[in-house]
Unconditional design. Structure first.
Length: 186
């Protein structure tokens, strides 16, 4: 059983205390919004998903058993709603095929990119690649959890992750190469 720092607020939310619900909202809204935004890549949709997730959480709060932190439980609702949104948009994850080997290349030279460059490149990834990277790198899920959440095989999760990282590298180096070319000829 997990001991929540805000258990008194959660208990008051169970009694439909609107003030307590607003306090819980203020504690978690920013991180839940960011979680959704990293998956759906659209501010208005992430805002809607975050709001709907809080409504769902408050309606289903009696189902929260305290086995994980409240924030983790709420994040799972946000992730599921975000993925539902992508499914409605028909985002599909390409199944791993044996004839398409995926290798993780090691790079000898270290290349550094700013946080803004990485964020911008991630936003340019396809929904499927962005979702895989967000769940694994930013939300902290492992491949087994991701495969369960997305309804894909563990192999597909790993393959998509490798491909997403490769595509992210390509986007980052393309941008860097364009900037270097501009500086040389500009």
């Amino acid at each position: 059983m997990y001991v929540n720092l805000h258990q008194q607020l959660i208990d008051r939310c169970l009694e439909n205390d609107k003030e307590a619900q607003f306090s819980v909202y203020k504690l978690y809204y920013r991180s839940m919004y960011n979680t959704s935004l990293r998956i759906v890549n659209h501010t208005d949709d992430a805002e809607d998903i975050m709001q709907e997730s809080f409504l769902t959480a408050f309606q289903k709060l009696d189902g929260y058993k305290g086995e994980v932190s409240f924030g983790t439980w709420l994040k799972r609702i946000v992730v599921n709603r975000s993925l539902d949104y992508l499914r409605k948009r028909k985002v599909e994850f390409e199944e791993a095929r044996a004839d398409l080997p995926v290798t993780e290349e090691e790079h000898d030279e270290e290349v550094r990119f700013s946080v803004e460059e990485v964020k911008e490149a991630i936003s340019r990834l396809s929904d499927g690649y962005r979702t895989i990277l967000s769940l694994l790198l930013l939300e902290g899920y492992d491949h087994e959890e991701v495969s369960e959440i997305l309804g894909i095989s563990n192999v597909t999760s790993r393959t998509q992750y490798c491909r997403a990282k490769q595509r992210l590298r390509e986007l980052l180096t393309e941008k860097r190469d364009k900037q270097t070319t501009f500086v040389q000829y500009g």
